[in-house]
Design a protein around this ligand. Structure first.
Ligand SMILES: [Zn+2]
Ligand SMILES: [Zn+2]
Length: 271
């Protein structure tokens, strides 16, 4: 596998543990040819994991400085992980990863990325315990990203199933869930979006497979979807986590290309 790029990473500018400089050093040590930073976009409620809007200018300036420092060694890109409920337009970044962390209309108590307890409480209080209703609402937010041409990549598409293995919430392999998810994939594929295969929850011990799950990746392949491979690293040691085995799973499913950002757009590389 020749994939030597990681486009989904976080730093101390949001909820990551290391500076962009330290992440770039680790990327070189890990053998990467290019590294993209994807800061969490600002949200219209108090939280401790996204960048405040008034710090975006300084973030861009620091990424530009790191890009200069590593010129010739590592290509450095300044992207954004844009949340579907963000208060900011997804503009002015090298590339945009579109993600859904929170059920509309939002708030920290509506996030499916925090804990099994919070996900369980949302399910009980807002959806009367009906997993299908909550999954429909969640995947509808993803499908809506198809209408925004500024979004390049679809982030961790089945994050809703984060606690499938550890707490039995939203079985990632349930046929009804795969059906709902695949239906939401279709407009995104038609709109030309690339799906990231995200190993972040594997690195952090929540899952033994990436987002999307392996059966969902089979559906994506059957629908003609395109993929890239990202770690969603929040610390240096998680860069490129499980890339070789995930690459071979993708090959087994039938994918023959990974899509890679070249500084102006996405281009295929053989898998
Ligand atoms: Zn995310
Ligand atoms: Zn992320």
């Amino acid at each position: 596998m020749s994939h030597r790029q990681d486009l989904h990473t976080h730093t101390t500018w949001d909820d990551g543990a290391a500076s962009p400089l330290d992440m770039a050093r680790a990327a070189v040590a890990a053998g990467l040819a290019s590294l993209g930073f994807s800061v969490h976009s600002p949200l219209p409620w108090d939280n401790d994991w996204t960048i405040p809007e008034d710090r975006l200018g300084a973030y861009r300036a620091e990424i530009a400085a790191v890009r200069e420092a590593f010129r010739g060694t590592l290509d450095v890109y300044g992207g954004i992980e844009w949340d579907s409920l963000s208060s900011l337009a997804p503009e002015g970044f090298d590339y945009v990863i579109g993600s859904v962390h929170t059920l509309a209309p939002g708030g920290e108590d509506a996030s499916v990325d925090c804990s099994a307890d919070i996900t369980r409480t949302i399910l009980r209080d807002r959806f009367g315990g009906d997993e299908r209703a909550m999954a429909r609402s969640y995947f509808a937010q993803y499908a809506a990203l198809a209408d925004d041409p500024r979004i390049d990549v679809v982030g961790h598409f089945d994050l809703l199933t984060k606690f499938s293995e550890t707490a039995g919430l939203f079985d990632a392999h349930a046929h009804w869930l795969l059906d709902l998810a695949a239906e939401a994939m279709e407009p995104l594929i038609s709109a030309g979006k690339i799906f990231e295969v995200n190993t972040g929850a594997m690195a952090r011990g929540y899952r033994t497979e990436p987002y999307p799950s392996l059966p969902l990746l089979r559906r994506l392949h059957a629908l003609g979807g395109r993929v890239t491979l990202c770690s969603d690293a929040h610390r240096p040691e998680h860069l490129t986590y499980a890339f070789p085995e995930t690459g071979s799973w993708l090959r087994d499913i039938g994918f023959r290309e990974l899509w890679s950002f070249d500084g102006s757009g996405f281009v295929p590389e053989p898998l």
